[in-house]
Design a protein around this ligand. Structure first.
Ligand code: PXP
Length: 245
């Protein structure tokens, strides 16, 4: 697997966060998504939250109409979101846990404990030709549960790894990610990772040969303030490629 190109999914949620601060149209996350694709993004990710705090229903419709790269729709496992996903049929859906009060997606989905609730979502989305991914913590029991529920893809939560300072604790988180990614591919799951990644944390994760895709958003949008969105994506792409080389 070493040397396989690692895909970069660019999450445009926080372009919408800035737009929504004033309630108008600028900056447009769809324009950002098109620019991201030009800058080397292999796909675009957008999270339609229950409270619509950033991405809107109209953004999803426009992304589906205008994008020429795959759209990965992040969503909670609710009936409302299922109806929306089936209407648009994006390339992929990543099922994430969602709490209204949280600032961002704070933990992984409990696939092991939520099997009965989640199974119909996975089968209905899969039957519609949508590639289903489960956003989980790097734990064997969650990987086994994702496999048994029939999801072809998992995304490992990198938040805890990114939040701690460099040192032994970060190394421990990295090791967990590495072990989980290896195990995921061993049991036949495609493995992605994301949340909280930036230039100083992406290298060791990108070097994990079992990973096929990273999804990165907040840092890229923040860095765009200083160097521009295209440049921030190109630099991330270079950091990923350098770590893989
Ligand atoms: N992957 C998943 C499943 C997420 O929920 C998020 C945040 O929306 C990301 C990746 C991207 O995280 P960040 O914006 O911190 O790069």
């Amino acid at each position: 697997m070493s040397g396989t190109k690692l895909r970069l999914g660019v999450n445009v949620d926080h372009v919408a966060t800035v737009r929504n601060a004033r309630g108008g149209r600028h900056p447009d996350p769809v324009r950002a998504a098109l620019l991201a694709a030009e800058a080397g993004a292999d796909g675009i990710t957008a999270h339609l939250r229950e409270d619509r705090r950033h991405i809107s229903d109209d953004d999803i419709a426009r992304l589906m109409a205008e994008l020429r790269v795959p759209l990965n729709l992040e969503m909670a496992a609710t009936d409302e979101m299922l109806t929306i996903a089936l209407r648009h049929r994006p390339h992929a859906v990543c099922l994430v846990p969602e709490k209204r009060q949280e600032r961002t997606t704070e933990g992984g989905l409990d696939v092991a404990g939520g099997h009965n609730h989640l199974a119909p979502f996975v089968s209905t989305l899969s039957s519609a030709g949508i590639r289903v991914s489960m956003f989980i913590e790097a734990e064997t029991r969650q990987l086994d549960a994702a496999k048994s529920i029939g999801a072809p893809v998992v995304e490992l939560h990198t938040g805890a790894y990114c939040e701690v300072a460099p040192g032994p604790e970060r190394e421990r988180h990295l090791k967990r990610l590495q072990t989980a990614a290896d195990y995921a591919t061993k049991i036949g799951l495609e493995c992605h990772a994301g949340h909280g990644l930036g230039y100083d944390t992406v290298g060791p994760v990108a070097a994990i040969a079992a990973l096929a895709e990273l999804n990165i958003g907040h840092f890229l949008v923040g860095e765009a303030i200083f160097i521009g969105f295209e440049a921030s994506i190109r630099r991330m792409r270079e950091a990923m490629d350098a770590a893989r080389a």
